[in-house]
Write a protein that binds this ligand. Structure first.
Ligand code: ATP
Ligand code: MG
Length: 578
């Protein structure tokens, strides 16, 4: 294919709003074009890469016997009301109405629809196990669409759903998908880590995220170098420090003027942060977003509250909670902003981090302006309505598995797999008949790959200051033949020959025959990141070319035949492992 006949409009500069290198490069290389916040056109070169990632995903899904179908982008609200997610999903769910005022949504994910299909189509245990998937645009009206394809409002996801008879069968389906994901992301050329994850609004009991390692990733990962523990910060379990065994002191209110933070109190009273109790106040909402409860959360002064663990403990979605207005809350509950403690408060739900159980002689707010309590003991002076781990596992904390110091790193979540259990089959009453003709509910799993996010994660991991360095498997083309002087017949003849011979070997080639300076052509080839460049210039008169790999600095002079052979072999090796 001749570049002079294709559309490729590269840019020297990216727009200011593009913060990440990958975002800038994808715009400069004319792979994507922004249409609205979080909504993009995939330009021809970008779309070729998307199609390749999709094909890798497709091959690996097909390989494990997961069957492709295609479900609609528009879903009737009834199904979502049945599962309860019409309310629980919140403002991210893109709701629309038809001309008769009926509610629909643009799909953010398809558990409801797929469960309903299987409920209607499958009737017997003989038809199980079953796995279905599709690769489809998804819609989430994200609060902050940003970073290009990383967090967009319209994006491509592969989503698969498994239907089984027993938890053991689900375990097997999950294992097959897990392995398919390892192969998928390896073939995409990503450096990734598999981490235990929170289930979030999807629900269920167990989940793993596939995270492409990157400093700019939005997922924070806690991991241990000594054992194989790796989990998202939301999920990572914390080991409680054992409470110190000491005689209980009497409760005593002390004057602590202006000490509104833990640090102020510690400095003023000369105590360690570990001997203090930190308070955080929230309001929760019901499904119509009317205020429901006041919640006071207590945790050791040196710890941080993990909001995901907190909403899980409360059994509510993330958007059902906000920081409370302490002035409004004070008269109802007895708290005093900046001086809140657990003793003597009322009309609110008290959530206590499990580490405080058994602690004695702590310092906490006295619910009185400019005062703190000393000698606060769990059990004697206060108890929690909910007591559980709501802490964030910090860097240096002991690993929950082996005790070694925890490290943190960042990643881009490119895929996530979930064991859903019976959450959807139960709420949507999806059953099959067993051997005895009795109705049984399905054990389900669901499995997502962010195709468009994966594309950008690859660019984020694989670029230099000149541009993108595509892995062969997902490059828009494998080889670019750069013709220095397209008006020179000898050069064009040789370029045509290389093109047709490579194409005969199923190598994807573009010939840069544009009427541009050589420098412009080299810069574009580097920017768009084609893995192999074959330059046809003055050496053409002897049948020679320059052969250069995008990922290497140096080039070599080869005969055209040798260059063709080298390129074709590299493609075979890197794509097919031949
Ligand atoms: P996040 O935590 O990043 O919001 P999620 O956990 O809500 O993502 P899932 O429901 O697990 O996302 O969706 C499966 C995959 O779809 C994710 O692993 C991710 O790769 C991709 N994805 C999710 N939201 C977006 C988005 N707004 N833009 C691009 N890709 C997305
Ligand atoms: Mg996820």
């Amino acid at each position: 294919m001749k570049l002079s006949r294709l559309h490729l409009k590269t840019l020297r500069e990216a727009p200011n709003e593009a913060e990440l290198v990958s975002h800038k490069l994808m715009i400069r290389a004319n792979l994507i074009k922004k249409e609205a916040a979080g909504i993009y056109t995939f330009m021809p070169f970008g779309w070729r890469t998307i199609r390749k990632i999709e094909e890798i995903v497709r091959q690996e899904q097909d390989r494990i016997g997961c069957q492709e179908l295609h479900m609609p982008h528009v879903n009737p609200s009834e199904l979502w009301k049945e599962s309860g997610r019409w309310y629980a999903y919140g403002p991210e769910l893109w709701r629309i109405k038809d001309r008769n005022g009926r509610d629909f949504c643009l799909v953010p994910t398809c558990e409801e629809l797929c469960t309903n299909i299987v409920k209607q189509e499958v009737s017997s245990y003989r038809e199980l196990p079953l796995q279905l998937y599709h690769i489809q645009f998804k819609y989430r009206d994200e609060a902050r669409p940003r970073y290009g394809l990383m967090r967009s409002r319209e994006f491509i996801m592969k989503d698969a759903y498994s239907f089984d008879r027993t938890p053991e069968d689900l375990e097997e389906a999950y294992r097959l998908q897990y392995e398919a994901y390892v192969r998928t992301f390896t073939r995409c050329g990503l450096d990734f880590r598999i981490v235990e994850a929170d289930n979030g609004p999807i629900g269920g009991s167990n989940s793993h995220e596939f995270s492409a390692l990157s400093n700019v990733g939005e997922s924070e990962i806690a991991y241990c170098e000594k054992c194989d523990m790796a989990a998202t910060i939301e999920r990572a379990e914390c080991i409680d420090d054992k409470p110190v065994d000491e005689p209980e002191q009497e409760l005593e209110a002390v004057y602590t003027p202006g000490t509104k933070t833990i640090k102020d109190v510690c400095d003023y009273l000369g105590v360690d942060e570990k001997k203090t109790i930190k308070a955080l106040m929230f309001t929760t909402f019901d499904q119509d977003l009317n205020p429901a409860d006041y919640v006071c959360v207590f945790i050791r002064g040196d710890r941080d509250v993990n909001m995901i663990k907190l909403v899980n403990a409360l059994g509510i979605p993330e958007h059902y909670i906000e920081f409370a207005d302490e002035d409004e809350m004070g008269p109802v509950t007895g708290i005093v902003g900046g001086f809140t403690g657990p003793v003597g408060i009322h009309n609110c739900k008290i959530v206590v981090d499990s580490e405080l159980v058994g602690t004695k002689n702590m310092v906490a707010g006295a619910n009185k302006e400019d005062h703190h309590m000393k000698g606060v003991c769990y059990g004697r002076d206060y108890v929690g309505d909910i007591v559980t781990d709501i802490k964030t596992l910090k860097e240096g904390d002991p690993c929950p598995h082996c005790g070694a110091p925890i490290k943190h790193t960042r990643g881009i979540e490119v895929g996530q797999i979930f064991k859903l259990g019976t959450k959807y089959s139960e709420s949507m009453n999806a059953t099959y008949k067993d051997e005895n003709g009795e109705d049984q509910i399905y054990w389900m799993g669901c499995y997502g790959v962010g195709v468009t996010r994966t594309m950008q994660a690859i660019v984020e991991q694989s670029h230099d200051d000149k541009g993108i360095i595509w892995p062969m498997s997902v490059a828009p083309y494998h080889v670019i033949v750069t013709v220095i002087n397209p008006k020179d017949e000898l050069q064009m003849d040789l370029a045509n020959k290389i093109e047709s011979e490579l194409e005969a070997k199923r190598v994807e080639v573009i010939v840069d025959d544009r009427d541009e300076r050589a420098g412009v052509k080299f810069n574009d080839a580097d920017l768009i990141g084609i893995p192999v460049r074959i330059t046809v210039g003055k050496l053409a008169k002897d049948g020679n070319v320059e052969y250069k790999l995008r990922r290497e600095e140096s080039n070599e002079v080869l005969s055209a035949e040798d260059a063709i052979k080298a390129a074709a072999e590299l493609v075979d090796k890197e794509i097919f492992g031949l």
